[in-house]
Design a protein around this ligand. Sequence first.
Ligand code: C2E
Ligand code: CA
Ligand code: CA
Length: 651
Amino acid sequence: MPVISDPEGRLFRMNRVSQISFDNYTPAGDVAVVAICLVMVILLLTSYVSRTRSFRIFANILVSLVIAALVNIVYHALLSNYTLGFRLWIYITRVLYEAMLYGVFFLFALYSIEITGLERRQARFVSVLSTLLFIGVIAIDIIRTLAGTGFRLAEDGSVLRSTNVYLIGYGLFVILLAALLYRVHDRLFRRVMYGVYGTMAVSVLLRFGQLALGSSSLTTMTFVFPVIAMLYIFHSVPYNITLGSVDVHAMEDMVRQMHSRGADFVFLSLLIPEFDQEGKELPAEIRAVVRRYSADFFKGAFLFQIGNGHVVLVVSKHRNPDFEERIQRILASFWKEYQHFQKPFKIVVGESIDEISRKNEYASLIRSVERIMDENTVHRITPEDIDCFNREEYILRELTDICHRRDLEDPRVLAYCQPVFNLKTGRFDTAEALMRLRLEETGLVFPDQFIPIAESHGFIHILTEIILHKTCSAIRRLSDEGFAISRISVNVSVLELKDESFCGDISRIIESNRVPGEKLAIELTESNSEADFMIMQAKIQELRAKGLQFYLDDFGTGYSNMERIMELPFDIIKFDRSMVMASAEDERSEKIVENLAHMFADMEYSVLYEGVETDHDEQRCRGMSASYLQGYKYSRPIPIERLRDFLSKVG
Ligand code: C2E
Ligand code: CA
Ligand code: CA
């Protein structure tokens, strides 16, 4: 009966050199290693994985572990069924097993270097050290065996004791890794590091625990724990299990991969605006449709969720050469589904474009297209969209810079204004401030091109502050020069009111310009949210106390809630140009506008008509309870510095 030992030569039975050994290797541990590694491979194949460098190292570790476990099983099988012919194979499998485990150690070191982004020099030092250790330990072990002082088999296949080079190597590697992890401990999130340390501790404890018990069955297994930690901490991109999607970072990652491989793809984006807000999510029935769509219509497509009500399907063209037909099919089918759930949507379809892939900006491109498209339509991305997007990106960069500088005199933000005719005084004694940007690459930019961007990126308030500041200094100058301007109104977006500091910011700017509050007004548009209403009420009250007036802007463009409007202390109701135009269409419409205006006038509101372009417009408005008139008929918006010229000319 031969003697069984593990490659470390630790486990003995009585043998011819009369040393004690015992046989307690069972292949269960190694079989489990192979099984666990296979499970990990299955999980990786069925999930979205970032194919980063660290992932490639991880994959190599998995392969090494499987080989190690299989080799160890073979080694022990050969030993326990010893015949002379196996001798060489026993030596080979033993060294191979050892090499595989050290290889895993070596890869652990490379992996740590990779994920922590160690500097070049230190990284080189660690990799050289682990390479030397890797080669050194194996070389010493082989040499000792050849020299007859290390692991040897007796004639009958019993194992002759060897000093434990293997264990020394193990110890050195553990020290190296522990030192490395300690060195980089502040580079990763602390909890992540605790996860790594904890896993290592369990592995080392198990390793030495089994040593104390004289077993070797779990040696390979102790290398699996850190690998499980890697999969869990660093490589899992969790699916939203009811939707089948992964997050937006995964999308960027996939774009990067596809771009680097030169692989073309198609993307289909679905936005359901109603649910694309914080705290909302797609309802179960729509989720079910999306989940089905991401699997049924294309081969190997991935679904990414880039907003609460916003998903993007990315489809490889190579795997779906007939993608055009498939797109038509999915759209036709979607349209049928839409008949059931009836929620307004926007669908954007496009193909990969080098320029956008390089910058990895598909999510922004899609959002930029969605901003201007109508609901319940499908838009196919065109080269013009890309130009428009690039322009927007440029504007966004400039806005970001403006916002960071917080310079109230920023020359890129221009205050224009449009004079307003006061019917009571028969003079142009008020005006509306209107914003423009003047940027190097684009020249003059109009509000429709930058206000939505500024609002969605939280830059609108600083722009208001700049306009308010410039308006205040214009008022100051006009007053100093003796022009009788009663007030200028400034547009404020409802979003801004939500900020605690809003009233303070406004007051501070007005006061620092030494302008009385009465000289300013704020224009607000209606909002149909209850929360906005409460906020508006509070803020209007606070600033009215400082003398500011409030205008309700764009009346007649939305679904007006009269009750609400009456509850807010507005001074002037601005009838939108669409009302002026409607009143010209037929008598019935004119009556409606007239009655509305009359009702407001009756309740002590002043009515201002916007967009008065012709004499005819003016006549009608005069007959419809107008207090103020504003429009191209009197003046286009002009730079605020030129208001004095306008006033001198007309006055
Ligand atoms: P709004 O507040 O309704 O401003 C009136 C818009 O109507 C201005 O466009 C003005 O140039 C235009 N308009 C004036 N008279 C006529 C006319 O007779 N006919 C026609 N067809 N249009 C006329 P503008 O300057 O392009 O501003 C567009 C919108 O951008 C504004 O609509 C306002 O909502 C927003 N906006 C402008 N400046 C600011 C600002 O400083 N802050 C904020 N939050 N929004 C601003
Ligand atoms: Ca306005
Ligand atoms: Ca308006």
